[in-house]
Design a protein around this ligand. Structure first.
Ligand SMILES: Cc1cc2nc3c(=O)[nH]c(=O)nc-3n(C[C@H](O)[C@H](O)[C@H](O)COP(=O)(O)OP(=O)(O)OC[C@H]3O[C@@H](n4cnc5c(N)ncnc54)[C@H](O)[C@@H]3O)c2cc1C
Length: 408
């Protein structure tokens, strides 16, 4: 088991440098354009695919890095380049992790490659859980999956919302209710293969930030998928449902939800995205403060500015430490006894929101315009306290874990 270390090994340093080069030379120069266009930056994804940054192999390598630092390093560098383009590149990973976490070996081997396509024909994937009435409250999900035994098919009906890559994905992973009597324990995940009739894109959202990333509703009308598209398979589902029904009958003993454990492990990755955006804004502000002169001296000569920069950098580094700790814990199988995954996401996302706001302040009027990138970074940063569990939900998870009380 890898010891926790703050030092990247030689391989990791090389990968980091390579990613940073791509972020600086390809992503950053394209960021303003795709933010304005509010469209998926297919040419940038293609460039990433050509050099191996957008590929199953690369993410698998980083995902299974025994130190746990591979994925946070990738996220930080790509999102340092730009958050909207960064999410367009890594958004497929959400769906891939859904299959990796719950699928059989055969499902993993069949579907994950189709999520990425190849350098000549890149594809994306979408993970569809949220619904108009089921955001933080996942148990309120209404999308139904009903088994048609005669045909060995599942029939899906419902509306998903806020799906990253929803409707433009080659493969959609859809979470649906299979037993409405046992809340979130009665949910299961399904693959919806390419071109399946009945799946369509609803509204595409016009957003405040990460505008290069496509976010849309996904409408499911009598979508029929073969039995083998149920992630994990029917036998495993039946066993899990039987156990959950028994527990519910026995008085609803609180059991650790597997989905919650998965979230704890995936939240540091979102924290790392936030670290990337925060670091980018801090660097722009530091450079600006050194070169902008007022009252005959660089503005960084004033403690009022220099101390802000000191605080900003301290928060970026503290956020990274929490993210790396949680990622190492997830990879080495350490139990999250204090909800360390949620802690890292909570702290990093609020740091990104605040650091990007401070960066605007340090750039003054220029910071408020689209001539400089910090305005975009601040709009982008607002997502981190919302998706993959809002800040309030992270605090709830941490408080419940620490206290053992069902805090509401
Ligand atoms: C750009 C973007 C991309 C997304 N991508 C995906 C995706 O790919 N797949 C997917 O499934 N979903 C995705 N989401 C959905 C995202 O995860 C949800 O928006 C998020 O979980 C919050 O749900 P909600 O928007 O319904 O807010 P609500 O749950 O309605 O929350 C509204 C407010 O109430 C607060 N609140 C709610 N319950 C409590 C409570 N018990 N205690 C205290 N405060 C509470 C929340 O913190 C928040 O401040 C995405 C969202 C966005 C905006």
């Amino acid at each position: 088991m890898a010891e926790f270390t703050l030092e990247l090994n030689d391989d990791q340093k090389q990968v980091k440098e390579w990613l940073h080069g791509f972020a600086a030379d390809v992503i950053r120069p394209a960021a303003a354009e795709w933010d304005e266009r509010e469209e998926t930056p297919w040419p940038v994804i293609q460039e990433a695919a050509k050099i191996g940054i957008y590929s199953l192999d690369f993410y698998a390598q980083q995902f299974f890095d025994p130190t746990g630092l591979g994925i946070p390093m990738v996220m930080e560098e790509l999102f340092w380049g730009d958050a909207g383009i960064g999410l367009s590149i890594v958004g497929t990973g959400l769906a891939a992790v859904g299959v990796l976490a719950n699928g059989t070996e055969e499902q993993i081997g069949t579907w994950i490659p189709q999520m990425y396509g190849d350098a000549d024909d890149v594809k994306v994937a979408a993970f569809c859980s949220s619904e108009p009435d089921a955001g933080s409250d996942v148990a309120s999900m209404r999308t139904r999956a009903v088994y048609d035994e005669a045909k060995d098919e599942w029939v899906l009906n419902g509306t998903k919302t806020w799906a990253t890559n929803g409707g433009i994905a080659n493969v959609h992973v859809v979470v649906a209710v299979v037993d409405p009597d046992i809340g979130s324990k009665g949910h299961a995940s399904f693959i919806v293969p390419p071109n399946t009739p009945g799946l369509s894109q609803g509204q595409k959202f016009k957003k405040h930030g990460i505008r290069a990333s496509h976010t849309a509703e996904v409408v499911l009308e009598d979508v029929r998928v073969p039995g083998h598209c149920l992630l994990g398979g029917k036998e495993k589902l039946d066993e899990r449902l039987a156990r959950a029904r028994e527990r519910a009958k026995a008085g609803g003993e609180r059991v650790k939800n597997a989905a919650m454990a998965t979230f704890e492990a995936s939240r540091p990755a979102v924290g790392a995205m936030a670290v990337g955006t925060a670091r980018a804004a801090y660097e722009v502000a530091l450079d600006y403060a050194k070169t902008r002169s007022q009252f005959g001296r660089p503005i960084i000569d004033n403690q009022g500015i220099a101390f802000q920069l000191a605080d900003m950098r301290t928060r970026v580094d503290a956020a990274r430490l929490l993210v790396w700790r949680a990622s190492w814990m997830a990879t080495t199988g350490k139990p999250f006894t204090s909800a360390e995954g949620s802690m890292s996401k909570l702290y990093a996302s609020e740091a990104a929101r605040d650091v990007t706001a401070q960066a605007i302040q340090i750039l003054g009027g220029n910071g408020y315009t689209r001539e400089y990138p910090v305005e975009r970074m601040h709009r982008d940063a607002a997502i981190y306290t919302i998706f993959e569990g809002t800040s309030e939900i992270q605090r709830l998870v941490i408080a419940r874990t620490l206290s053992g009380m069902p805090i509401r």
